[in-house]
Design a protein around this ligand. Structure first.
Ligand code: C2G
Length: 138
């Protein structure tokens, strides 16, 4: 039984998120996903996610390839989470390449290529272009 663990915010779920979760799941038997809480995203990216932590957890746990979700409260707790869930492989997108190599003493660490051309930030920008704020009509 090989357990995979991965982490992310997964705000405005898109195909890049789904693809990395499916590829992560294919590396083992059980996929556990740490969903970054909104406070962590605020400190990491300087803005709160559009969707609440609870909604992002519900969306991720509804995916066929995901077996379990939990709240990632701090980036500094990765080692604890890996041990708590008995993870054999930590999977992250290659935008994080090298950043989590310290956990190679606890489990295998794999960085998978990101899907190109899509990101939550790009979606927000694209939607803002389609739906200008009411002020811009005045
Ligand atoms: N991702 C991807 N392709 C994209 C966008 C994202 O493969 N076009 C991957 C990221 O590499 C990451 C996962 O989807 O592995 C989640 O991405 P984000 O929601 O942006 O989360 P992130 O900020 O990477 O959070 O503890 C680490 C962080 O919580 C990871």
């Amino acid at each position: 039984m090989k357990t995979i663990i991965t982490f992310g915010t997964y705000d405005l779920l898109h195909i890049g998120h789904v693809r990395i979760l499916e590829r992560a799941a294919a590396l083992g038997d059980k996929l556990i996903v740490g969903v970054s809480c909104s406070d962590l995203n605020q400190s990491k990216k300087g803005r709160a996610p559009i969707y609440s932590t609870e909604d992002r957890m519900a969306i991720i746990s509804a995916l066929k390839c995901v077996d379990d979700v939990f709240i990632e409260k701090s980036l500094d707790l990765k080692g604890e989470y890996i041990q708590q869930f008995g993870a054999d492989i930590l999977v992250m997108g290659d935008d994080w390449a090298g950043r989590f190599d310290e956990f190679k003493s606890l489990c295998e660490v794999v960085y998978l290529p990101r899907t190109t051309g899509i990101s939550t930030s790009k979606l927000i920008a694209d939607i803002s272009d389609i739906n200008p704020t009411p002020e811009s009509h005045s």
